[in-house]
Design a protein around this ligand. Structure first.
Ligand code: COA
Length: 377
């Protein structure tokens, strides 16, 4: 392809690649809406289960619709025994995102809806995946620590069950609500890289599981969901508020990217970071360990002064999860436990009005070369 109009746009920046009714990011005003509702409104008033319904159906559920969804989710939290065995066989040293990716891929063998591609079957697959993600993550976490998995409880929310099956005891209201709000904030974000990957896979009319496996692999990268783990690694390495400024300046001098800052779309504060920052502050006060929040604030201040970069969703989620006592390499899987709701919503939307996603490349290699026999190369 050699027409001038076909010059590559690095990173597809600014390219509108799909129509969607699920969520919208306004990068100039720093606004995020899910199906019409402002993220601040949802973070303050909704539950994650209501948000899941909103993303899948583009409307808030009635009481009976919500109860039905909760029952359906609760009935699907368990894992087939073959999958439990599979998780036992994964090396304890495996990266939890790799474990999640492998297990989700294998789960497709046991989905009772098999290759059924009807909307109803795909909604059921979305329910199963969303319900099972936290169980997979916490089962792997417990087994690698020599503990037996804990079965999710029917009376707990997704957030409540995540903490319960992780720790083996029910979490208090503050921890559960913190987790619930974190899940709401991470649930969807328009055509972010992992959602785009899911839609590209779905657009070939491949199945829901294949699309979600693509998404998990994409979320893992440090420029995307992997950034939250990178944030806490940096904070642990720095170790004190006093060390922050020098560390940041040094990183910039070495042209190193600082995890948790910058965004492709936001040119102002990421609205999700506002809530996570406050939750990080409150949890720090509650546990009496304010250091990680204070260090984060200092880092935010220095990065802004030096490079005018805003903190993104991954920045304060790191100190929030750390204050909840969650192992650092589960930070990105937690992101996945929330984003599975958005991924599945986008796959359902893609199937509704599908067209193969197949862009072009701007060829920059040589042309008109003549084959040379191997003996003469
Ligand atoms: N630390 C240091 N510099 C950064 C930076 C960061 N976190 N984010 C952006 N920049 C700088 C780049 O070095 C570049 O500077 P230059 O023009 O002098 O070369 C400029 O800002 C533009 O960055 P670029 O990487 O081209 O922007 P992008 O839109 O392609 O990337 C991100 C967006 C999110 C991938 C990028 O900001 C980043 O790598 N952030 C850290 C990882 C992260 O937190 N990811 C989670 C996103 S929610």
């Amino acid at each position: 392809m050699s027409s001038e109009a076909n010059v590559a746009k690095a990173g597809l920046e600014g390219i509108v690649a799909a129509q969607s009714s699920i969520s919208d990011v306004n990068g100039i005003e720093g606004r995020l809406i899910y199906a019409g509702y402002d993220i601040h409104d949802l973070a303050e008033h909704a539950t994650f289960e209501e948000v899941i319904y909103l993303l899948w159906h583009c409307k808030l559920p009635s009481r009976s619709e919500l109860d039905q969804l909760k029952n359906q989710l609760s009935a699907e939290t368990g894992l087939p025994k073959e999958i439990q065995q599979l998780i036992r066989s994964i090396p304890k040293t495996a990266n939890p995102m790799d474990a999640l990716r492998t297990v989700v891929s294998a789960l497709s063998f046991y989905d009772p809806d098999g290759a059924d591609m009807s909307r109803e079957a795909n909604v059921r697959k979305a329910i199963r995946l969303t319900a099972k993600f936290p169980t997979i993550v916490t089962t792997f976490q417990r087994l690698r620590n020599g503990l037996e998995p804990v079965q999710p409880r029917a009376d707990l929310s997704i957030a409540g069950n995540f903490l319960y099956t992780l720790r083996g005891e029910a979490a208090d209201e503050v921890a559960t609500r913190t987790m619930d709000v974190a899940f709401i904030l991470h649930a969807d974000h328009e055509l972010n890289a992992s959602t785009f990957a899911a839609r590209v896979t779905a657009a070939t009319l491949s199945d829901m599981y294949s699309a979600i496996v693509s998404a998990i692999g994409t979320l893992k990268g440090p420029l995307h969901g992997g950034a939250n783990e990178g944030v806490i690694k940096n904070l642990l390495e720095i170790g004190s508020v006093e060390g922050v400024e020098g560390w940041v300046k040094n990183a910039f001098e070495r042209k190193q990217k600082i995890m948790g800052f910058g965004h492709r779309v936001y040119r102002t504060v990421d609205p999700r970071a506002t809530h996570l920052k406050e939750m990080s502050r409150q949890l720090g006060q509650r546990t009496g360990e304010t250091k990680w929040y204070e260090m984060s604030r200092k880092m935010e201040e220095v990065v802004m002064a030096e490079k005018r970069l805003n903190a993104n969703v991954d920045f304060y989620s790191a100190s929030t999860y750390y204050a909840l006592g969650i192992p650092t390499d589960l930070f990105t899987p937690i992101f996945a436990c929330s984003r599975i709701s958005g991924w599945t919503a986008h796959v359902l939307e893609q199937f509704e009005n599908n067209r193969l996603i197949r862009p072009r490349a701007e060829y920059v290699g040589p042309r008109d070369l003549k084959y040379v026999a191997i003996s003469q190369r």
